[in-house]
Design a binder for this molecule. Structure first.
Ligand code: NAP
Length: 246
């Protein structure tokens, strides 16, 4: 039987590498959102399944014995579909999610908010330049309230909508080092950072650098996981589960 990894994250790639090392058969799935995705080792399929029903049909049509949802902590659409489809088909499901940043040094001084709308309200009263690092799909929550502000946006893929005139958009892909984050924030005189609680080390340098600069850090909390969803926070634990009989 094959383990289906719902991916698009560094953890998902690490899990693929670990299952490969252990000789477990697996298939990684990517959404297909970025033009040049970082590919995991092993077999990969790319593109949506067509909602929960589409995923359930996929699970039925292929010899999938277990699913590991290793998507990003903010990919709630895919997570909900995985819960529904696995329940419908009785395929075991595990969530692999990296720990959040609440325990980071300085986290007590950050402003934690529940969603992008609250982050936009907080940022509207904060010092400029405001560095928005919440992802391309979230920008709509900020364009109204921050239309007249000096804003720096960092995204992986080019935007398909225009942004307000005082906004600067840079396209680049991580990981970013403390040194490059320091240079970027100094060059744009960043006084406020808005981000989401992605967790992990991959995008963490910006938080340390912003905190060291004395910038206001606004962090959007993670959406709560569905009740009863089995979850681990290490690749090794996910590999143990995936490699065990189900
Ligand atoms: P999302 O809103 O939860 O998902 C929207 C739709 O995209 C899903 O309903 C599904 O389409 C498709 N999809 C998402 N992940 C998929 C996967 N691994 N394999 C196949 N289809 C997938 O997801 P998102 O927030 O747009 O994230 C898209 C991808 O980027 C995810 O793989 C995630 O791990 C990665 N990512 C997201 C973020 C973030 O901040 N959200 C950051 C880094 C990486 P169907 O309904 O058609 O199946």
């Amino acid at each position: 039987m094959t383990v289906l990894i719902l991916g698009g994250t560094a953890e998902a790639r690490a899990l693929a590498a670990e299952l490969d090392r252990r000789g477990v058969t697996f298939l990684s799935s990517l959404a297909g959102r970025v033009s040049r995705p970082r590919l995991p080792v092993g077999a990969v399929r790319i593109g949506g399944f067509g909602g929960a029903d589409g995923l359930a049909a996929f699970l039925t049509a292929h010899p999938i014995g277990a699913v590991v949802d290793a998507t990003h902590p903010f990919a709630v659409g895919m997570r909900g579909n995985a819960v529904a489809a696995c329940a419908q088909t009785s395929v075991p499901l595990l969530r692999l999610a990296r720990p959040g940043w609440a325990q980071n040094p300085g986290a007590d001084d950050w402003l934690w908010v529940d969603d992008m709308a609250a982050a936009a309200r907080a940022a509207a009263g904060a010092d400029e330049t405001i560095f928005l690092s919440t992802g391309r799909q979230t920008l709509g929550a900020f364009t109204g309230l921050l239309a007249d502000k000096t804003v720096l946006v960092r995204v992986v893929e080019p935007l398909d909508h225009p942004v307000p005139g005082r906004w600067t958009v840079i396209h680049t892909r991580g990981p970013f080092t403390a040194e490059t984050e320091r240079e970027l924030m100094a060059a744009h005189d960043v006084r406020t950072l808005v981000t989401k609680d992605s967790g992990g080390d991959y995008t963490r340098a910006k938080l340390d650098v912003a905190t060291a600069r004395g910038a206001q850090v606004i962090v959007v909390r993670r959406p709560a996981p569905p009740a009863g969803m089995r979850e681990v926070d290490t690749v090794a634990a996910a590999a143990d589960w995936a490699g065990a009989p189900h």
